[in-house]
Design a protein around this ligand. Structure first.
Ligand SMILES: [Mg+2]
Ligand SMILES: [Zn+2]
Length: 236
């Protein structure tokens, strides 16, 4: 067992919370569930090529989804099957009440995140890749890749968190995620990390401390406790 990091949030730093969407803020992963249900054969073929190192994370997404034929109504019906983590709404509401900046960093698509906010009647700020429709056909574009980062994703989370830090040098950045590919670089860039699924062993391998979690209620409680502990320490 590795040691857990200090979860106290220093009172002289301003907390900012970054959170992955697929499998972290939502229960199901939108892209991989859709690919499994609708593009099983293509996904199988591409996955073996991906494992042989033929693609970056983003070029794999392009091969898989660019040109995907899926009428908008069918996509919306599919998105209605995506559930949010039981603590998702509570975390967003708590951040708003405490005036803590909260942003979803997603390697999924903006189109889906806009619809999912309507479906669940929830609002959040986000950064993601771009999807637009050409008739019934998907056209995809990266949201903010960083060729200097080894994640290879379309929306590099390290780059976004690092850019936030430049604008807010006093920020105490928290990242919450579940994916080895899309969350590792953002996690390494953060001051405090909550990790589950494949992100947890990836961070263990790098000797990077994190707080394991099952749902976002736990994350919210730990953050609230961390803030309280930081304020208390500052008053001593
Ligand atoms: Mg994820
Ligand atoms: Zn990256």
């Amino acid at each position: 067992m590795q040691e857990q990091p200090e979860s106290t949030i220093p009172a002289d730093r301003s907390l900012a919370v970054f959170c992955d969407f697929d499998g972290t803020f939502s229960v199901q992963d939108v892209g991989s569930t859709l690919a499994r249900e609708r593009l099983a054969e293509r996904r199988r073929q591409l996955w073996s090529r991906f494992e042989q190192g033929e693609f970056t994370a983003w070029s794999y997404v392009v091969e898989l989804f660019d040109g995907f034929v899926l009428p908008e109504a069918e996509l919306v019906a599919f998105l209605r099957t995506i559930q949010l983590d039981p603590g998702a709404r509570g975390l967003v509401d708590w951040c708003a009440a405490e005036r803590i900046p909260f942003q979803i960093l997603s390697d999924g698509f903006d189109w889906n995140l806009e619809r999912l906010q309507e479906i669940h009647d929830i609002r959040f700020d986000f950064r993601a890749n771009h999807l637009e429709y050409e008739g019934d056909v998907w056209r995809v574009a990266p949201g903010g890749p960083d060729p200097a980062c080894d994640c290879g994703t379309g929306t590099c989370k390290r780059r976004l968190i690092a850019a936030y830090r430049v604008r807010h040098p006093n920020a105490f950045c928290v990242h919450i995620g579940n994916g080895r590919v899309s969350d590792r670089c953002g996690a390494l860039e953060s001051d405090l990390v909550f990790a589950k699924d494949t992100l947890a062993p990836a961070l263990l391998e790098q000797g990077r401390a994190f707080i394991p979690f099952d749902d976002l209620d736990e994350v919210r409680r730990t953050l609230a406790e961390g803030l309280r502990a930081g304020r208390e320490r500052a008053q001593r």
